[in-house]
Design a protein around this ligand. Structure first.
Ligand code: GLU
Length: 291
């Protein structure tokens, strides 16, 4: 164990906080408390195209206060840190690890269809790498022309540089990451100057996070994060991916399902203690949420 355990809860304000968020928040708080550590709060509001995110952030503070969850230190707000992410991006560019991609979503879909099958993917369909083959002159010309583009990481180059790094999941032991299995993911695009993957590793390092607790839905993404930590020479936290809540039919609760939002449970007359009790009952019952 490091000298001080630092965990974090890092919600994206794309809607009201949901019982699944509460599980993630409680897991982070508990792990910190079990070791006399700190649990920080980070608002992951980098998607500036979401018009209602301010509103959701306000509601999030109300919900957290209602359930009595407290966090240590200052709140980090990602939308104030685009300059820091831009620096990380420049560093990756200067290492020759990024390339501009001009493909639209429809083009990528068509390219994959033409190949007859999607390239092997752990995280959905992988980008087939079309723009990786543009010459630097061709790419520069298209950028100068003002063509819309995203910046992708060249995972083969990353793998040549760092090999297959390891990371540790507290429940599942040592994991070996093969960078090329995750595809050349987008790290930035015009309307979103830093992707979740880039911002999360930069910020976990900036906040000194020693233990990342979050749901199993992000287990595969941790491999991408591990690649970025390796190429940017950032410290590597331990990971703790918890199970996800599901309904009676075993279907994962959707984040957008308003009925399981803390605000709607509160409006329906449930007390914070009842919601916390229901969460404990769900955890003792294969994650099945009954309310
Ligand atoms: N912001 C992400 C979410 O709300 C969680 C990110 C993380 O814990 O790394 O799903």
């Amino acid at each position: 164990m490091p000298e001080r355990v630092i965990t974090r809860f890092a919600p994206t304000p794309s809607g009201p906080l949901h019982v699944g968020h509460l599980l993630a928040a409680l897991s982070a708080r508990r792990l910190a408390d079990a070791h006399g550590g700190h649990c920080l709060l980070r608002v992951e509001d980098i998607d500036v195209t979401r018009s209602r995110s301010r509103e959701w952030v306000e509601l999030m503070y109300e919900d957290l206060a209602w359930v009595g969850l407290r966090f240590d230190g200052e709140v980090m707000v990602q939308s104030t840190r685009f300059d820091v992410y831009a620096q990380a991006l420049e560093r990756l560019k200067s290492m020759g690890l990024l390339y501009p991609c001009f493909c639209t979503r429809a083009e990528i879909k068509a390219q994959i269809a033409e190949m007859g099958r999607a390239p092997h993917a752990t995280l959905g369909c992988l980008y087939p790498g079309t723009c990786r083959h543009l010459s630097p002159e061709q790419a520069a010309e298209r950028i100068a022309r003002g063509d819309a583009h995203a910046w992708r990481i060249d995972m083969q180059r990353a793998q040549d540089l760092i090999g297959c790094p390891l990371w540790h999941d507290l429940h599942r032991g040592v994991q070996r990451c093969v960078p090329t299995e995750y595809g050349d993911v987008v790290l930035a695009r015009k309307e979103m100057p830093a992707s979740y993957h880039l911002a999360v590793v930069v910020d976990d390092a900036a906040q000194g996070v020693t233990h990342v607790t979050r749901g199993m839905d992000l287990f595969a993404a941790t491999n991408i994060h591990r690649v970025l930590q390796a190429v940017l020479a950032l410290p590597v936290p331990a990971y703790c991916h918890h199970g996800l809540l599901c309904d009676n039919a075993g279907k994962r609760l959707a984040k957008r399902d308003g009925a399981r939002s803390l605000a709607s449970l509160r409006a329906a007359g449930y007390s914070a203690q009842q919601v916390l009790d229901s969460l404990h009952t769900a955890l003792a019952n294969k994650g099945i949420w009954q309310v």
